[in-house]
Design a protein around this ligand. Sequence first.
Ligand code: SAH
Ligand code: SF4
Ligand code: F3S
Length: 455
Amino acid sequence: MSAGDRRVFIKTYGCQMNVYDSERMADALAPGGWRAVDSAEDADLVVLNTCHIREKAAEKVYSDIGRLREISQARSAEGGRLTIGVAGCVAQAEGAEIARRAPLVDFVVGPQAYHRLPQLVAQVGARGAAGGAALVETEFAPEEKFARLGARAARGPAAFLTVQEGCDKFCAFCVVPYTRGAEISRPVERVLAEARALLEAGVVEITLLGQNVNAYHGEGPGGPWGLARLIRALAAEGVGRIRYTTSHPNDMDDDLIAAHGDAPALMPYLHLPVQSGSDRVLRAMNRRHTAEGYLAIIAKVRAARPDIAISGDFIVGFPGETEAEFEETMALASAVRHAHAYSFKYSERPGTPAADAPGQVPEAVKAERLARLQALLAADQARFNAACVGRETEVLLERPGRLPGQLVGRSPWLQSVHLDAPASLMGRAARVLLASAGPNSLAGALVGPQAAPRA
Ligand code: SAH
Ligand code: SF4
Ligand code: F3S
């Protein structure tokens, strides 16, 4: 194996921030001759970029490591070596414990330390086939990480850009403040520079990311900037479509709400998790907002941008949640009529306050509540999609469809739209008539003359 022909497979679990981090890990490895591949079978290095948010996500990592054993053994039999690293939030939460449970693992690297990935891989390589105890790197130095990552490569017309990381809110159920650390915002200039690099590479749409992205307060000219100001500056740089996720209701300030009405580049989509419709449960969750407060924000956002698609997250079966309290969640969801939403059974996470709370709800009750909520949310989503039929809009064409001659893209409301279109339109925003709707996607047709491709 020569330098320049080294293959890495990075598997991503969890949220968009992990998707971003995985891309940046590939960027960091690229100067060392590492090429990204799509499966562990083809790789010399496997990095599992893990998620700790719910028990199932965290446990999946161990079964996946188990499945790598065979590949690793086959590689050793050929006189080669498969290097295995665990990155992300499980790495941060469990550290050296991972190597004790899974001796196959060569290194463990946390979400704020992955700029050290090339050195870790080199150190493992220098030890040769015999290996040794796993190397563990879980320092918290977030801005240093971003400053040290290599050039940003684009991978399509839509890109993620992390602008804020970590969380100081400590919701009683959530591991994020422990796995990602304290809340930090990247300086405005660094964000703009990364956005410019993406634009030069042909990116049309940027989704700004953060665990609490609307708490963004990065240093900029004249002092800290809020997210709305950053969005306006990105629009002025020429970013045609801008999104942001995930937001907390308490950081939804008036400037950001106004931007939904007056910044045309800001897409009409808002992911604003509420978690529960019961004020008693919200208090126990340490959310610091009420159901009424959430509804008031939604009303303001809709006043600024009437067609906005509202998305959210819900947790059912939080410790102590009664049937009546769950009904309040159903009532809130009915009142909002989300265009799309995620919902989860409460999962007990070690080290979080709610894990030790009395009144853990039986699994069967959680499952039954989740099914009821998901039926309601699915109906609302289908209704939202159906209401879009007949609209003419811009769809950013991102990938080939399942059928020949088809492309798939995203509407401004983040729906998947399938249509017949020439491959030359790939990567571009096309004028499309939304012709029919299914529960999870829409079908459209090109309309009018399409703008010429950019030089
Ligand atoms: N920062 C975002 C969410 C981050 S985690 C926010 O403040 O809303 C993404 C979602 O996972 C959460 O919104 C929540 O709905 C869910 N989640 C987090 N911890 C969970 C747990 N212990 N059990 C079930 N769902 C959980
Ligand atoms: Fe987790 Fe709450 Fe922070 Fe969101 S705001 S990341 S749910 S602690
Ligand atoms: Fe999971 Fe970490 Fe994201 S726990 S949801 S990968 S911040």
